[in-house]
Design a protein around this ligand. Sequence first.
Ligand code: CA
Ligand code: CA
Length: 205
Amino acid sequence: MFSDINMRCQEPTTVNCGSRAIPDGYMCDFETTAEPDCFLENSKSDIFDWTRKTGSTGSSNTGPSSAYHGRFYTYIETSSPRKLGDNAILESKATFQERLYCLYLFYHMHGSHVGNLTIKTKEIFNNPVVLKQLSGEQGNKWKKMSSLNVRLNGYTKILIEATRGSSYEGDISIDLVMLLPRKVSGQRANNFSSLITSIFQNNVK
Ligand SMILES: [Ca+2]
Ligand SMILES: [Ca+2]
């Protein structure tokens, strides 16, 4: 049905959408608790919540020492009382247009007992569909997740779920989550907008 679903995500469109900084798209940088462009909130259909954080996560040998972009990121704290398998979900609160979007995010998964980071979509009464899952130690650095094509509509939610592994050395962090509309036509351009490009270039560490 969507023959282009596995193609790399493309340049975002530049539709005028008023005061929003990201034309027709969304970005969560976690710099404040109320970012107008952010589309995510903590779910109640899980065990615990993601936590905004600046600096290191308080446990040694796990978590980042700083945000990927800006000063703040969000993460799951896996120290007590958390236990194996406890999950925390960020879910979308936006009502999406019916179209193909591209999801980008940066993650930090460092520690001896890191659990899973799972990206899903869910359409009302249907079971969630797993788009991507990362498991275990991924190195002590921020990494860019490969961009994901996501078919959304007004009834779809995006779920970003982190699950605790077998010890406190399992903090999972994310920063700079971007959801941008893909061009509908089959244009081959792989360039990001100047905004996105500048964000990436300013964060080479
Ligand atoms: Ca940030
Ligand atoms: Ca929660």
